[in-house]
Design a protein around this ligand. Structure first.
Ligand SMILES: [Zn+2]
Length: 268
């Protein structure tokens, strides 16, 4: 419907998808010097209006696929640019640390997509850590959801919704409330709240723009070759501390250590 460089089409969904792919490409290139999600200029492709009233969006290993939503619970999945960035960042993870999609490594896989997803939004809007909403999927919930603002909150995990239809946001924000479950691939969308809050704590302590020091530390952690594919939270945390020390200084490394400590994840 719209190739690179072409003018807008009459389809708003296609135009939003086009803009979201571009915003993700811009963040990775301009903030991290990473050419597309594979670091080698992979053309970004998307299918829109997938299926009928489809309530999701996903990276299928080769391209993005967007559902229109059912119009009641969920609206069009191209609306939140952070969701577009989230899904494309699963491609980035696939091409970098390749974190296994189960248990803690799976929750880290989800976490990394939330981090780069919100950074896509913050970078596109020029928002510093104080202006950013730190929500994933704001604007996506439909009219059938009374009490909800988004899919997840990185600032306050567990507070994105509490609704008769959707239930309550199940995310913990500290290891004391880690959820042991066999569903959701071992809670990958649940326990990601813990590292999400650690990233938020670091970003707010450092201030400024989250795609600068915090984003670069996370980017280098994912591309540095130190992480194992089945990394647990503590391994990921240790690598972020070491990466902060390598890229910056001991004070920055100490800020990263404090952020993880704030959610109960040990770094030594
Ligand atoms: Zn995801």
């Amino acid at each position: 419907m719209r190739a690179e460089g072409e003018p807008p089409t009459t389809d708003d969904t296609a135009n939003r998808a086009y803009a979201g792919l571009g915003a993700t490409f811009d963040l990775f290139l301009n903030a991290f010097g990473h050419d597309s999600i594979d670091g080698a200029g992979l053309p970004l492709t998307a299918t829109v209006h997938y299926d009928e009233k489809y309530d999701n969006a996903f990276w299928n290993g080769e391209q993005m696929v967007f559902g229109d939503g059912d119009g009641e619970l969920f609206l069009d999945f191209t609306i939140p640019v952070d969701v577009i960035g989230h899904e494309l960042s699963h491609g980035f993870t696939q091409y970098s640390a390749n974190l296994a999609y189960y248990g803690q490594s799976g929750a880290l896989n989800e976490h990394v997509s939330d981090v780069f997803g919100t950074l896509v939004k913050q970078y596109a809007l020029g928002q510093g850590v104080e202006q950013a909403d730190w929500l994933i999927g704001a604007g996506l919930l439909g009219p059938a959801v009374d009490k909800g603002t988004a899919l997840r909150s990185m600032k306050d995990p567990g507070t994105a919704y509490d609704d008769d239809v959707l239930g309550k946001d199940p995310q913990p924000g500290h290891m004391d409330h880690y959820v042991r479950t066999g569903s959701d691939n071992g809670g990958v969308h649940i326990n990601s709240g813990i590292p999400n809050r650690a990233f938020y704590l670091l970003a707010t302590e450092l201030g400024g723009n989250a795609w600068e020091r915090p984003g670069r530390i996370w980017y280098a952690t994912m591309t540095g070759g130190e992480l194992t594919e089945d990394a647990r939270f503590s391994e990921f945390a240790r690598v972020t501390v070491a990466t902060a020390r390598n890229l910056y200084d001991e004070a920055t490394a100490e800020a990263v250590r404090r952020a993880w400590s704030g959610v109960g994840v040990p770094t030594s």
